[in-house]
Design a protein around this ligand. Structure first.
Ligand code: SAM
Ligand code: SF4
Ligand code: SF4
Length: 337
C-alpha cells in the first residue's frame, strides 16, 4: 500500500490522523467536558481499555503506509499520559511525518523540552481567556491562565515554533477576551486561532445563539486592527488566515459552523480505545483495537481502513441544522479534538 493516495466517496484524500491518547482531562471546559456530567462518578476508560504505545505505534505505521503525513496527538489531555515523549520518539523514525500535539498547556512547562527532544514538531495550546475569572468560567476552575502562559513560554524556549493558540469563543462568556488575546499573541512565532463553538458531543447543551460567527469575530478585531485575508498554507487547512496590515503576525478563524470545510476534510481519528472515526460528529466507530489484540495481520487492518476511507461520505458541518440533535454523538474528549 506504500505510496497510495486513498480517496473517499467525495474525492477527499487521506492525509491527517488525530490520535486521542486518553479520554481523561484535568480541566472541565464547559463546551467539552462539563463538570455536571464528567464528575467524580463518571466512568472513564481503564488503563487496559487504552491503546498501548506499542499498539499506537503499529497503527500509526499502518496509517503512514496508507498516506498519512501528519499525526496530531490529542485527547482528553494528552500530557496526562505519562512518557508521551517515548511515543513521539518512535513516530519520529517515519520520514516526512509531521508530529503535532494539542494540549491545554497546564503541564507544558514541565514537558516542553523533552517533547521537543523526542521530535515533536509543533504544539497547539488551547487558551480561551487571559482574564483569570473568564478562564475559570470556561475551564471549570482548574489550573490558571498564568500557568498556561508559562507552558506557552516553555514551548517557545524549547523551539516548538510556530505555536498555535486555540481560543473557542462562546457568546456571553469570552467575547471580551478577543482583543486582549489578539494583542497578547500578535507577535512572530504565534498564530492565534479563533474557533466557533461547535455542537460536538452530546453533553455541552450547545445552542446556535451561543456561537459567535466568524464574521462577528472579525468585526471585533477590526475595531483595533486592519486585517488582510491570505491564502491557505496547504490544501485542507481548516483555518481561514488573515495577516495584520502592520507587522508580520497572522491570525486564523476556524468557522466550522458558519463556513464549514467538509469538502477538504482529509482527517481520520482514532479514539483513546482504538476506534476509527472519520467525522468528528460520528456516532459509531470501527474497532481497530480488537483487530490489534486478536493478532490480525497488517494487510487486514490496512484493508479495513482502506474500505472505511473509500466509503466515507460524511460531511456533518455542511448539513447541520439550527437545531442540533446531539443524542448518541461521540464526545470530543474521547474521539480527540
Ligand atoms: N485537552 C486538549 C486541549 O484542550 O487543547 C486537547 C483536546 S481538546 C478536545 C482539542 C481542542 O478542541 C481544543 O482546542 C478545544 O478548545 C477544542 N474544543 C473542544 N470542545 C469544543 C467545542 N465544543 N467547540 C469548539 N472547539 C472545541
Ligand atoms: Fe479538557 Fe481540552 Fe476538553 Fe478542555 S477542551 S475539557 S482541556 S479535553
Ligand atoms: Fe470533517 Fe466531519 Fe468536520 Fe466535516 S464535520 S470537517 S466531515 S470532521
Amino acid at each position: 500500500m506504500a505510496g497510495v493516495t486513498l480517496k473517499d466517496a467525495l474525492g477527499r484524500c487521506f492525509r491527517d490522523l488525530r490520535v486521542s491518547v486518553t479520554d481523561r482531562c484535568n480541566f472541565r471546559c464547559t463546551y467539552c467536558m462539563p463538570e455536571e456530567i464528567f464528575g467524580h462518578d463518571y466512568t472513564f476508560l481503564t488503563h487496559r481499555d487504552l491503546l498501548s504505545f506499542a499498539e499506537l505505534d503499529r497503527l500509526v505505521r499502518l496509517f503512514y503506509q496508507a498516506g498519512c503525513r501528519k499525526v496530531r496527538l490529542t485527547g482528553g489531555e494528552p500530557l496526562l499520559r505519562p512518557d508521551l515523549a517515548d511515543l513521539i520518539t518512535s513516530f519520529r523514525t517515519l520520514p516526512d511525518l509531521e508530529i503535532t500535539m494539542t494540549t491545554n498547556g497546564s503541564l507544558l512547562e514541565q514537558y516542553a523540552e523533552s517533547l521537543k527532544q523526542a521530535g515533536l514538531d509543533r504544539v497547539t495550546v488551547s487558551l480561551d481567556a487571559l482574564d483569570e475569572a473568564v478562564f475559570a468560567a470556561l475551564s471549570g476552575g482548574y489550573s490558571s491562565a498564568g500557568r498556561v502562559l508559562d507552558g506557552i513560554r516553555a514551548a517557545e524556549e524549547a523551539g516548538l515554533l510556530p505555536i498555535k493558540i486555540n481560543m473557542v469563543v462562546k457568546r456571553g462568556v469570552n467575547e471580551n477576551q478577543i482583543l486582549p488575546m489578539a494583542a497578547a499573541f500578535r507577535k512572530p512565532g504565534y498564530i492565534l486561532r479563533f474557533i466557533e463553538y461547535m455542537d460536538v458531543g452530546s453533553t455541552n447543551q450547545w445552542k446556535a445563539d451561543e456561537v459567535v460567527p466568524a464574521a462577528e469575530i472579525l468585526k471585533h478585531l477590526e475595531k483595533l486592527y486592519s486585517l488582510v485575508p491570505i491564502d491557505p498554507n496547504y490544501h485542507g487547512e481548516v483555518a481561514r488566515r488573515y495577516r495584520y496590515l502592520e507587522g508580520e503576525a497572522e491570525i486564523g478563524i476556524i468557522a466550522s459552523v458558519t463556513q464549514p470545510f467538509c469538502k477538504d476534510c482529509t482527517r481520520a481519528r482514532i479514539s483513546a480505545d482504538g476506534k476509527l472515526f472519520t467525522c468528528l460528529f460520528a456516532e459509531q466507530g470501527v474497532d481497530l483495537r480488537e483487530k490489534l489484540r486478536s493478532g490480525a495481520p497488517d494487510a487486514e487492518i490496512n484493508g479495513l481502513f482502506q474500505q472505511v476511507w473509500e466509503q466515507r461520505a460524511d460531511r456533518y458541518s455542511e448539513t447541520r441544522s439550527e437545531i442540533s440533535t446531539a443524542q448518541g454523538r461521540i464526545e470530543m474528549s474521547y474521539i480527540g479534538g
